[in-house]
Design a binder for this molecule. Structure first.
Ligand code: GSH
Length: 287
């Protein structure tokens, strides 16, 4: 256990009986743990995901592309329940050797192309459809914020969120360290959004789609119950942007896909057609 008397041993050993948060699904090794094929639907894009912030980035992007009339962005979204270890099935590991949602298989060409890491998936789709990524100098700014988010999120989620909300004991040292960093991150976003309507300027881009699900959830108290602790409401430029982005229809739809928790009318476990949002939410399928 973790207290101030803990002395790390010379060599760390994995304890498979560890019952702490997420310890039951995590392993110190990579690779498939069981044979399990992935389902494949009829659309060009096959998404294997769950509606966590990393998953929502991609479903928002796909819904945004469809709203713009890109029929080639039609997708089948299959639910991957990371709580039961589905990310360690052989089919999923073939799509993402890193065993984390989201994973996309692009079957629009002659051979299927796998894409993993949410930032890489956003970039793949932005380049494929020529949308939500600026040209010229603005492109570098957009990619900078996209990659900023990919580097920042583990400190927000794996660092702050884990030690503030999930760790079995409250460790002041860890909470202080990560709160300092997270407050700095949200102040950075707030200052950036004091100057700009969206993260990179006047246009809504994949950088907004990457950042919104994480910081929107924390600031609006949907993750970690830390909004008061972080004084979330004081970051008024950030809250203005969170509200504006949250009003977009594709953002509302994207959040419903592969969502097995919360209000049943917002849960669309699998998405295979646009009509599923009206016809196949859990309040209808499992009243
Ligand atoms: N850097 C990755 C992170 C993905 C990630 O951490 N996914 C989590 C859910 S949000 C997951 O699949 N966890 C399962 C596990 O750790 O076994 C990305 O952005 O795609």
């Amino acid at each position: 256990m973790t207290d101030d008397t803990y002395e790390p041993p010379k060599v760390w050993k994995w304890n498979p009986d560890n019952k702490q948060a997420f310890a039951n699904i995590n392993r110190p090794t990579a690779g498939a743990q069981q044979e399990k094929e992935l389902p494949v639907g009829k659309h060009p894009l096959q998404l294997y995901s769950l509606a966590t912030p990393n998953g929502v980035k991609v479903t928002v992007m796909l819904e945004e592309l469809l709203a713009k009339g890109h029929g080639g962005a039609e997708y089948d979204a299959w639910l991957v329940n990371i709580g039961d270890g589905s990310q360690f099935g052989s089919g999923f590991v073939a799509a993402n050797p890193n065993s984390k949602i989201p994973a996309l298989v692009d079957r629009s060409g002659d051979t299927p192309v796998r894409v993993f890491e949410s930032g890489a998936i956003l970039l793949h789709l932005a380049e494929k459809f020529g949308e939500f990524i600026p040209e010229g100098d603005a492109r570098a700014e957009c990619l900078s914020w996209l990659f900023w988010q990919m580097g920042a999120a583990p400190l927000l989620g794996g660092g702050f969120g884990h030690f503030y909300a999930y760790a079995p004991i409250k460790i002041e040292y860890a909470i202080d360290r990560y709160t300092m960093e997270v407050k700095r991150q949200i102040d950075l976003l707030d200052k950036n959004l004091a100057e700009r309507r969206y993260i990179c300027g006047d246009d809504y881009t994949i950088a907004d789609m990457a950042i919104w699900p994480w910081y929107g959830a924390v600031i609006r108290n949907h993750a970690y119950e830390a909004a008061e602790f972080l004084e979330a409401e004081t970051y008024t430029n950030l809250t203005r942007w969170i509200d504006e982005v949250g009003e977009r229809q594709p953002v509302k739809r994207g959040q419903m896909v592969n969502r097995p928790f919360g209000d049943k009318s917002m849960q669309l476990l699998e998405r295979h057609a646009a009509s599923d949002f009206e016809l196949r939410t859990q309040n209808i399928l499992d009243p």
